[in-house]
Design a protein around this ligand. Sequence first.
Ligand SMILES: [Fe+2]
Ligand SMILES: [Fe+2]
Length: 405
Amino acid sequence: MTIAETSPSRTINIESLSFTSGAHLLLKRALRDLPVGGRLGVIGSAPDFAVHLRGWCREQGHEFVEGDGQFVAWIVRGAASQGRWRRAERAGLSEARENGAVVECPPADWGFAARGAVIEAGGPAFHYPIQTKERVWAENVTKLYAQAVAAQWNPQTAINWDEPFAPDEEVERAVAQVMTYLIENENAALQAPARFIAQIHPHFREVLQLLAVQIADEARHVEVFTRRATLRGEEMGLSTVSGRQSLKTLLDEPDFALASFLLSVLGEGTFLNLLWFLERHAPDPVTRQIAGLVAQDEARHVAFGLGHLQYQTASDPALRERLATAITRRHDELSQTAGLNEEVYDALILLAAGSWRPEDIAAGYARAQTLKDEMHSGRKARLEKLGFSGAEAADLSALHTRNFM
Ligand SMILES: [Fe+2]
Ligand SMILES: [Fe+2]
C-alpha cells in the first residue's frame, strides 16, 4: 500500500484488498486528515472494486468520481462523517490524566460511557439521583479500592476449618447464636449499599467499584458466619423483632449520606469493635480467625464511609446537623424496641467466658462490659473525625442503637 501526498489531493494504492477484507479501514485512514472537499485517488485491483467503492462512498457521505488512467476512482471527502461528532464532548479528561479526570457534575446523558470517552451528542436519557462528586467522593476512594481488591480472601482456603477444638456444647450453642446475629447484620450491610449502586453516576467509577467489592465482602461474611454457626452441627440461634427493626431502618434510609453514616460510620464502626472482641476472646481458633479476616474488610467499609462524609462535610458543613438529626430520629424510632436481645448479649458473655465456671463467667462479663465501653469510645472518635465536638460526639454515640448496628 502506498499513500502519495499531492495536496489538497492524495492517492492510495490498496492493491488487491477488497471490502470483504477490510479495505474500508485504509480508505478511512487516508481520508481522515483530508479537509472536506479534498480528493483521494484510489488504486486497487480487487474484483468489482469500483462497484463496492461506489456503494461505500454513498453510505459514508463521500462523493464518488469515476476514475481515469490508473485510478479506479476519486473520492471527494464529504462532511457527514464529521457532522456526527460535531457536538461531541469528552467525559472528563482522558484517563491518562487521571488526577483531573473526575468532573463535579457529569450530565446524566453521559450514561455508561467510559470516563474520558468522546461522547456523541444525543442518545437515551439516564436518571442518576446521585450525580455530583460532592455526594459520593472520598479522597481515599482510589486507594481503598486498590486495597479492597488486593485483600480479597477465599473462605474455602483462607480459613483453617479443620483446626481441631473440643467445644463445650453450651459454649458452641452461644457461638451459633452470635453467628446468627452476625449474619442478620451482614445481610443488612449487603443490601443497604446495594440500593444505591444504580443511583450513582458511573462517571464516579471508583465509588461504584469500591461499593461492588464491599458488597462482595459482605457476601463472604454471610458465608463464613453461616459455615461457622453450623460447623459442629448446631442449629441457627434466635432472630428478634428488635434486631430486625433496628436493621430495617438502615435499609429504609433513602439518603446516601445518611445511610452511609448510620451503616458504615456508626454501625460497621461498632461492629468492628465486636469483631475485634471475637478475635481476642472467642473460645475456638476458627471463630477467632474468621473474626480477624472480617474485621480487615469492615475497617475499609468504615474508612470509606468516613472518607466520603469528610469530603462532603468539607463543602457542606450543614450536613453535620442532618447527620445528628438522623441519629436522633433513628433513636426515637427504635425507642419502643427492646434493643439487643438478651440471648445475644448472654451468648457473648458465655463465649468470652469459655466455660460455666463462676470465675470464667465473671471474666466474660467484664470483657463484654469493656466491649460496650470500647464501642462507645470508638463511635465517639469517629464522630469527632467528622467534626463533632467531644461533648456532641459523646451524646450522639449514646443514642446509637442498642442492637450495635
Ligand atoms: Fe460485613
Ligand atoms: Fe461491612
